[in-house]
Design a protein around this ligand. Sequence first.
Ligand code: TYD
Length: 197
Amino acid sequence: MFITFEGGEGCGKSTHAKMLKDYFELFQKEVVLTKEPGGFKNNLRKILLDNDQSLEALSEIFLFAADRVEHVEKIIKPALSAGKIVISDRYIDSTIAYQLGGRGLPEDMVRYINWISSRGLLPDITFLLDIKIEEGLQRTVERGVMNRFEKEIMAFHERVKEKYMDIASKNPQRIKVIDTYRSIDEVQREIRGFLKI
Ligand code: TYD
């Protein structure tokens, strides 16, 4: 099973991905918890998130794509082939939300690059954690140094959120929108409810 978590800045994806891994492990399931960018250790994550780096939107999408090829080929596919559950914090829907929605790159191109970089591998289920933009950004401020995306203007984050909601409404079978305006335990319970163990 291949599960992904998606959402805007500070939505709590990493916390829920980790909690879900712990839950599966209670049932003796083998789980690989991974993330993008940087699921397969390389310097691309640093380049992509570095505040001092100015990147053209086109260079940015190519670097995310390269990072994903490495991730899919070296981490995700081998784990799935070995019968493990893979949980990834961000995957193809981030590219749609951020590079298509946020940056405004052409749709056909973004979808094609996503198709190539993911080798056509779609998640079985995706949890899109919904949070108010201001609240999420506030959390990232509290965490400390903000990355290149967290520092983007409000309109950028609004476009990202709008695109996320758009793809969720078009893929209701795969993408489950999870309301996070509740306790962490309630949110996690809803997530687990979608999974058969
Ligand atoms: P990260 O520090 O991993 O933070 P988060 O906790 O928000 O996941 O930052 C990853 C950033 O990269 C995030 O702002 C979204 C962005 N991103 C894209 O723009 N396109 C992509 O395809 C991916 C995978 C991530």
